[in-house]
Design a protein around this ligand. Sequence first.
Ligand code: ATP
Length: 345
Amino acid sequence: MIVDERVLREDFVPGEVVHRHDEITHLSETLEPLLYGDRPETTFLFGPTGVGKTCLARYTLGQLREQLPEIRTVYINCWQEYTRFRVLYRVLEATGADIDIHRSTPKDELFQRLVRTDDQPIVVILDEVDQLEETEALYDLHRLRHVSLVLIANREEELFAQFDDRVRSRLRAGTRVKFDRYGTDELVSILEERASQGLEPGVVTDAQLRTIADDAAGDARVGIGVLRSAARRATREGVESVTDDIVAAAIPNARTAIRRETVEGLIEHQRVLYDVIADADEIEPSDLYEEYEQRVDDPKTTRTLRNYLTKMIHYDLIEAVGQKRGRSYRVLESDVRENGDAADE
Ligand SMILES: Nc1ncnc2c1ncn2[C@@H]1O[C@H](COP(=O)(O)OP(=O)(O)OP(=O)(O)O)[C@@H](O)[C@H]1O
């Protein structure tokens, strides 16, 4: 059934990125000055989850490296690496200048070392940049003439709201590439491509791929997750091809598996917030903050908490119901924290 598991994984960078021709051209043109030894503008990739921002950034930089092998590229996911120290460290690591750096090394020392790595340009992709808590890191990187930035986030307003004036004024001028959700036909062709590379021929029908694409509502991560889940289920059941019943069962299971993975990837304080909401069924912001503060030693600011909540909404973990003063939060699926079959999907 499955001939290449890798192709069905989320972090797989396809050899061809379909339906994003304009966005690829836009990003490649923005990075083009690197070919002539100049510094490109900062590029922002904005759009909802699962629309190919990460995939396209990695793919386009891969293409650039083919033309300019000496260029150094770094991919940093700010959901995991959210401090100034970690971001600077990861860039240093890519240049090989990270020897003898310890947790206690002052951040200014990291910055000074980066200043000395200017023999070759470096392109830094900061994914989920709206999760970066110490945005001075952006100011630092922007000051380095040999560093170019590709910043990925869901929405411009939410991202800029977190910047202080200094960072905001430095980054305001960058180029924006906006991504919309995929249409069903586009998603079908992305899935067809994955199925033809990852599965034996004929194990899934076009009609089934269309059902999956329809359900995924423009989110390629969900679509690919459902395809993977259906193929694994069919393998477990020992059948030769995916049946409609298997697809129907794979749809909710794959969504649960994606949510579970996202919940597992939450950083400590986000996880506490999530748990408070899940424990309460539905909770108003003031009660939520109060309960959160009781559960942690060193609470984050309300502004940071709001940022976490927005991110969890984007990732379909929680929803906000009601407006402004009457607003409250609840989780979208209550049993995500329990272990179940979905973990193997
Ligand atoms: N145009 C495309 N062609 C082929 N594969 C694609 C395309 N767009 C997205 N994908 C695949 O869909 C999955 C989700 O895409 P990706 O992670 O790039 O989305 P994203 O917009 O960065 O989402 P997030 O904001 O959640 O990180 C990946 O496995 C990616 O390879």
